[in-house]
Design a protein around this ligand. Structure first.
Ligand code: UCC
Length: 631
């Protein structure tokens, strides 16, 4: 680009504005200037002018950057407060969240850090050579278990003292807890999922006691559950990947033989897992319909000894290091079949719904936490003569992160609301269709947002965001798993297609009806008009895509699946932001967030289609691009 005279002059004026002339003069003897707004130690002001040179005395100089402070995460989240005031205005819920938020900032966050620096380890043998396979976890990890029970982090969803809003209460609490939990939210997700599966099967007598433990508030009784689905062939294509065999026993129980490749939070008390029941003639049922659901207790006594399990090794992971993930050889693990033979995938799908919602809570919470810390830091850190919060460009970056965090939060709460309605028997068919469709949409989109926002958030701390002992890099490492476990982005995009097909399009009908309903009230409010207009335009582009898609071949839909899922997410999140902003208790920032969100491409599936990204020739061109060869 060539600059004309006026443009160059404007650039020059801009560049000169922030130059060192604005800064205070350098202080004595090579100590860099104390920036306004930063906390200079008092001793700097009281310094004796005849004292020896500063660096030779203190070696490190006198300036120390004030660190970001974690305050009560509930009180620091006005959107959460407003959301609850609108939908769940119970004083008991506010008091519970406020007190829990206090606990998180005062003590729990430090335990979470301890879990990270003191990760689990495997002790395979005792001193005399006996195989013991002890997974040793930190005291902080054990405290997290007690806390989870006493705070009712699973129980709230089953006690249902807030009726259909109980899941919103529970997920709000987990939302506050997640980034400080040392990843204990992972076993809680699986525990909640297992309780949900057992409940949906009518709490069979064999697991009645386990169910009570999973949903208990008593730390002495509380159990966590695993969810062992992934074998060496992989965890996405469960039907093709599951080799575990279940041998029927004379008493009606089973013994499991197989190899589980990733078992998260392996210190759990029980697990749900899949296997193939061996027939009397030794036959092994193939495919998805050959899989059955099993319940197994992991430890056979209070000493934590294993029966029929060998821990091969703990996984060496990019993140989630706080939590033991293991490879397990199942060598005759005693188990009970929970559901009808061959209904394994369908039965465990309830667990997947719950764990995918938990995954999304973790994603939204990671974004919220990094924004809270970054905005606090922006009040403490100065550069180029001003605090970071006074740099418009920095503030703009934080505002963009904030918009993402808000959109994810509202969709998490929406799906939690729908789950609560389904569980309390008040869900309409529309609610049920929405729950089925929005669960994978929420999970896949919020996970991607979390990685991007947390990465951006780290940048706002400069080099400190990259330093392990600040605790900040762990946020990014832990966010990275969110798009992988519980179904990758593409697997979940295909799940969206699958539920559209299985419902003969009813889930999409519900989507259009509900999105239009959310926009209904807002369309009469002038400040929201640009956002409503953009959403209506996107919705109509989506409608055109859906109509035309019916006549397209499956290969076309498969290529469009990810863009379709992103479109569904962006439009619905936009509608939730607009709806929230149209409530009489909303703040101007709610309107601003809705407007900002709707400035993006809300319907990528419409635009990409015009660009021919899903044609029959696309895979060939994609392959030529990806496998480009040296001439
Ligand atoms: O990653 C893992 C680590 C655990 C850590 C937990 C952390 C939790 C979060 C923490 C927060 C901090 S465990 C493994 C992850 N693997 C997956 O998530 C699996 C991904 N793959 C899929 O989701 C696939 O779509 C499969 C496995 C479900 C596809 O299998 P099939 O056999 O091809 O499935 P079908 O034939 O489509 O469906 C079989 C039945 C059908 O019911 P019926 O037979 O009644 O028609 C489906 O409707 O299952 C039903 N079904 C579902 N129902 C399938 N998917 C769903 C669903 N999502 N919701 C409801």
């Amino acid at each position: 680009m060539r600059l004309n005279h006026n443009t160059s002059a404007a650039w020059l004026r801009f560049l000169l504005r922030g130059q060192p002339t604005c800064r205070p003069a350098l202080q004595v003897r090579g100590v860099s200037a104390v920036q306004p707004g930063t906390s200079a130690p008092d001793e700097a002001a009281a310094r004796d002018p005849h004292a020896p040179p500063l660096f030779s005395r203190s070696r490190t100089g006198l300036f120390f950057q004030a660190q970001p402070q974690l305050k009560n995460p509930f009180l620091e989240d006005p959107l959460l407060g407003r959301y609850l005031r609108r939908h769940l205005p119970h004083q008991a819920v506010f008091s519970d969240l406020q007190a829990f938020g206090e606990r998180i900032s005062d003590e729990v966050d430090a335990w979470g850090r301890e879990c990270e620096v003191n990760p689990p380890r495997l002790v395979p043998f005792d001193p005399w050579g006996r195989r013991v396979d002890h997974i040793v976890t930190s005291p902080a990890w054990q405290r997290m278990k007690e806390l989870s029970a006493s705070e009712g982090l699973v129980a709230i969803g089953y006690e249902r003292s807030c009726g259909e809003w109980s899941r919103v209460h529970q997920m709000s609490k987990l939302f506050l807890y997640s980034p400080s939990s040392g990843l204990f939210t992972c076993p809680l997700a699986m525990t909640d999922g297992a309780a949900k599966v057992i409940q949906s099967l009518g709490v069979p007598p064999a697991v009645d006691s386990a169910y009570r433990r999973l949903t208990s508030r008593d730390p002495e009784r509380f159990w966590t559950s695993g969810q062992w689905m992934t074998e060496r062939r992989g965890g996405s294509d469960v039907a093709a990947g599951t080799e575990t065999l279940a041998e029927p026993q004379p008493d009606g129980s089973y013994r499991l033989h197989g190899f589980k490749w990733f078992t998260s939070a392996t210190d759990a008390d029980m697990t749900l897992t899949l296997g193939r029941v061996v027939g009397r003639d030794g036959s092994i049922p193939p495919g998805s319909r050959g899989l059955s659901l099993f319940y197994a207790e992991v430890r056979r006594d209070p000493q934590g000894r294993l029966e029929g399990i060998e821990v091969q090794r703990l996984k060496d992971k990019l993140g989630t290091r706080q939590m033991p993930t293991a490879e397990l050889l199942l060598d005759g693990l005693p188990a009970h079949r929970l559901a009808e033979e061959g209904r394994g995938v369908a039965s465990i799908a309830n667990m997947l719904t719950v764990t995918r919602i938990h995954n999304s809570v973790a994603a939204a919470a990671a974004m919220r936490r990094v924004v809270q810390l970054a905005r606090d830091y922006a009040t403490r850190r100065s550069a180029f003569g001003r605090r970071l919060q006074d740099h418009p460009l920095h503030l703009q970056t934080l505002a963009r992160m904030e918009v993402e965090a808000r959109a994810a939060f509202l969709l998490v709460m929406e799906v939690s609301r729908l789950l609560g309605r389904e569980e309390t028997g008040v869900a309409s068919p529309l609610d049920r269709h929405l729950l089925r469709l929005l669960t994978p949409v929420l999970k896949l989109y919020s996970a991607k947002q979390a990685v991007a926002v947390v990465s951006e958030g780290l940048e706002s701390f400069g080099g400190q965001g990259y330093m392990e002992d600040t605790g900040l890099p762990g946020l990014l490492r832990d966010a990275q798993v969110l798009s992988i476990w519980e179904g990758t982005t593409n697997v979940l995009s295909l799940d969206v297609l699958r539920c559209v097909a299985r419902s003969s399009g009813l889930v999409l009908q519900a989507y259009f009806t509900q999105t239009q309903a959310l926009l209904g009230h807002a369309s009469r409010l002038p400040p929201l008009a640009p956002a409503v207009g953009a959403l209506e335009g996107a919705l109509s582009a989506l409608g055109v895509f859906v109509e035309e898609a019916a006549a397209r071949p499956p290969s076309y839909l498969e290529l469009a699946a990810r863009d379709l899922a992103y479109s569904l997410a962006r439009i619905y999140m936009g509608a939730l932001l607009v709806d929230h902003a149209s409530w009489e208790g909303a703040s101007p920032s709610d309107t601003y967030a809705a407007l900002r969100w709707c400035e993006q491409d809300l319907c990528p599936v419409g635009a990409r289609e015009r660009g021919g990204h899903y044609d029959a020739s696309t895979p060939t061109c994609d392959a030529a691009l990806v496998y480009d060869k040296m001439d």
